[in-house]
Design a protein around this ligand. Structure first.
Ligand SMILES: Cc1cc2nc3c(=O)[nH]c(=O)nc-3n(C[C@H](O)[C@H](O)[C@H](O)COP(=O)(O)O)c2cc1C
Length: 201
């Protein structure tokens, strides 16, 4: 069984619809630790030792957040700058995270079409996430395909809950170590490995 750590970042959770629902679903999955960064560090003073201990205790690290300006809310950048220390996370003696896996779980206002070459965002989501991908690589981690919810505006309750169910299935499969490297080769998003019957991506 893999231990999954969710590093959650939403600066205005009281106004959230999608991420709040994903939170509710993922808190039900055994083997998942939910770490709400804005709740713990509203002033952005990150407890580095606490965070490094959490990382050491888990096998799969998920950065869960709304997509803001083609990236994450700022606390995740602050977290990276402080927690991923030289010769701890990277560098010649930095092996604390080696062999672990990392992915993003994000929600985007833009639809999937908007993130095509011909769309108004011009590039796929996976290209915008390259800094996370490369950070994982530098820290000797494996970067997995992201979990992505598109077109968050005007989404029906049923659809939101379907994504919640979809996310819970992904998390359960990660905990149960059901995914093999070959599974990741054919999908853009990890969502596609655990579809729910009520909708297709
Ligand atoms: C400051 C801000 C920046 C945003 N930037 C993007 C963006 O770059 N791309 C995108 O697709 N959506 C963007 N959005 C839309 C959010 O990603 C979307 O509203 C959010 O994921 C919905 O989740 P929630 O209901 O949990 O807040 C942005 C929204 C805000 C408030």
């Amino acid at each position: 069984m893999a231990k999954v750590l969710i590093q959650f970042a939403h600066p205005t959770l009281s106004k959230s619809s999608i991420q709040k629902t994903l939170e509710t679903y993922c808190r039900k999955v055994k083997g998942v630790t939910f770490n709400d960064l804005y709740e713990y560090y509203p002033d952005l003073y990150i407890d580095v030792k606490r965070e490094q201990k959490l990382l050491s205790q888990h096998d799969i690290i998920i950065f869960q957040h709304p997509f803001y300006w083609y990236s994450s809310p700022p606390i995740l950048k602050q977290w990276q700058d402080l927690v991923l220390e030289y010769n701890w996370a990277y560098g010649p003696e930095g092996n604390a995270l080696a062999g672990k896996q990392m992915l993003n779980a994000i929600s985007c206002g833009g639809g999937r079409e908007a993130y095509k070459e011909t769309g108004y965002n011009r590039f796929p989501v996976t290209q915008f996430l390259l800094p996370f991908n490369q950070t994982a690589h530098l820290c000797k981690m494996e970067y997995l395909p992201p979990f992505v919810v598109h077109e968050t505006y005007n989404m029906s309750e049923d659809m939101i809950n379907s994504y919640g169910e979809n996310y819970a299935r992904v998390l359960q499969s990660l905990v149960n170590e059901e995914f093999q490297p070959i599974h990741y080769q054919d999908v853009e998003y990890i969502n596609e490995l655990t579809p729910v019957p009520s909708f297709s991506h």
